[in-house]
Design a protein around this ligand. Sequence first.
Ligand code: IPE
Ligand code: IPE
Ligand code: MG
Length: 239
Amino acid sequence: MKDLPASGPRHVAIIMDGNGRWAQALGRPRLYGHQAGAKRVREIVAACPELGVKYLTIFAFSTENWKRTQAEVSGLMTLFRRYITKEARELRDNGIRVRFIGDRIKLDDKLVQLMDELELMTADNDLVHLTVALNYGGRDEVARATKRLARDVKAGKLDPEAVNAETLARYLDTYVLPDPDLVIRTSGEARISNFLLWQSAYAEYEFIDTLWPDFTAEIFAGIIGNYGKRERRFGAVAG
Ligand code: IPE
Ligand code: IPE
Ligand code: MG
């Protein structure tokens, strides 16, 4: 692909939004939109190596998404199980390392088992690091991290006076990942809905109107191309 930026984003995070509206526009049930959305993931992951995207993190289910109808929630959980079962081999064979972030405690045992297996199965891969946020919320993640940190303090393993931002980051679900350089949200909503709150402190944001099931590798490449024109200052003065 042309127009590849000299220094593109290494870590891209995507809020995959708009499945429901996409289905609604076709007069179909919301779950039909989620199925179409799941199919998009493969194409976007496959586009990453050529675009220089080493880390891709996708928001699949938020800690707030439990508020949806029981039918939609259980339909999504079934979809996640099927998706992992169906895609596992191909992900492994294509060099994709898969990780999950979020709280697993509320997820059913079978799904958690599939997630664990996929992580293990792809643990030696290094072409693209795909992280799936499932029952993930930024505030929940910071709260869980704080709980673990507090336990270490209580156990005498950590000096409270030594705690700083770096210390806390080591307790987050994302401790092995670099911070996202670019966060994309589809479907026209300009909010972050509790996604990677801590990690995105200095991320660039791209909000686009396209609904997630219509998001193509071409649109993705266009956004990555535009990223090269941005100047990130991290609080300093333009150089
Ligand atoms: C995003 O699509 C997928 C999930 C949140 C699971 P939505 O289901 O939020 O679709 P809209 O926003 O209602 O169109
Ligand atoms: C964010 O989308 C969560 C995911 C994409 C998984 P939502 O559709 O749940 O967010 P809100 O409700 O519009 O903020
Ligand atoms: Mg939505």
